[in-house]
Design a protein around this ligand. Structure first.
Ligand SMILES: C[S@@+](CC[C@H](N)C(=O)[O-])C[C@H]1O[C@@H](n2cnc3c(N)ncnc32)[C@H](O)[C@@H]1O
Length: 288
């Protein structure tokens, strides 16, 4: 019965759809939900981000309650030892700050890590605050028994560090897509030694996560309420091979150039933070 959802993009409300999935069924998920941007209100929002099939304008308390329900359904359907990556950001409404932790702590998930996504560009056009160039990605973990920590990442993935620097996607008709790099990095790192796992994106938009899953030899389940985005995602998955070179670019960053032992032996950089270099001592392009 649950098989009918596998390798499908479902056009429906996500909470209703998640309720139809069995317990402990999915390996990993990645998403960027609607952010409750309050289109048509004055404030921090970016006007042009408007979805084709849903408004994004709920009282904040209602919005956060829905997010808790969705995240708890995801907790149920994801396997023990599985992960969910939740991309969100800090927002303000009339001077009041809303932090994703406000509702993440109300869910069943163990919060494993907060990753900073440096988008290298700000959505702000005014200077009420320092320009916000970052979003957050929360690594949520469903413990196996009493073990709240889970499996160790291979070094080639862990070395990418907790600050991710890449620009948002600008070659996609969806108003708020994330770049292929984001779900690809997540799935490649966490599901490295598994093929044919199941990846879910409960707000899949134009299908970026689903394409990443397909390229990496995983199955996918996508859910989005917009007919337009679902249609686009289905077509995009058919043509996934066109995005393999972009995926290879990301995967080429997952390498250990020299082991810690080799660097130590040669008296080279051994891993503490050094300005202008990554954690393997290689020069990074400067930001501005
Ligand atoms: C930030 S976008 C996700 C974009 C996606 N990561 C991509 O790369 O295309 C959020 C998505 O949530 C969808 N959405 C909003 N409310 C929804 C609901 N109740 N159920 C399912 N999808 C919904 C919107 O249509 C939108 O595509």
């Amino acid at each position: 019965m649950a098989k009918k959802f596998v390798d499908k993009v479902v056009c429906r409300d996500t909470l209703k759809t998640l309720k139809q999935l069995p317990d402990n069924f999915i390996d990993i998920g990645v998403t960027s939900p609607p952010y409750n941007k309050k289109e048509n209100n004055k404030g921090w929002l970016v006007n042009k981000v408007m979805y084709s099939g849903a408004t994004d304008n709920l009282p904040e308390r209602v919005y956060q309650n829905i997010q808790v329900k969705v995240l708890n359904e995801l907790y149920r359907v994801i396997k023990e030892g599985g992960s969910f990556f939740y991309n969100h950001k800090i927002r303000w409404e009339r001077g009041k700050l809303f932090h994703p932790m406000d509702w993440l702590r109300k869910t069943k998930w163990t919060i494993k890590q907060e990753i900073i996504w440096d988008r290298k560009i700000a959505a702000n056009i005014r200077g009420w605050r320092f320009w916000q160039v970052e979003e957050r990605i929360y690594w949520l973990y469903k413990p196996k028994g009493n073990n709240l920590i889970g499996k160790e990442l291979k070094s080639k993935h862990a070395l990418l560090s907790s600050i991710w620097r890449f620009s948002p996607e600008n070659n996609n008709p969806h108003p708020a897509p994330f770049p292929l790099t984001l779900p690809l990095r997540v799935i490649y790192s966490v599901l490295d030694d598994k093929k044919n796992g199941i990846v879910i994106d409960p707000y899949c938009g134009n299908g970026t996560t689903l394409v990443a899953a397909k390229i990496l030899g995983q199955h996918y389940i996508g859910i989005d309420i917009s007919k337009d985005y679902v249609k686009y995602a289905r077509e995009r998955i058919k043509n996934y091979k066109q995005e393999i070179s972009k995926a290879n670019e990301e995967m080429s960053k997952h390498i250990v150039r020299k082991t810690f032992k080799e660097r130590k032996k040669n008296g080279e950089f051994v891993g503490r933070h050094r300005r202008g270099t990554d954690y393997q001592g290689v020069n990074q392009p400067s930001l501005f």
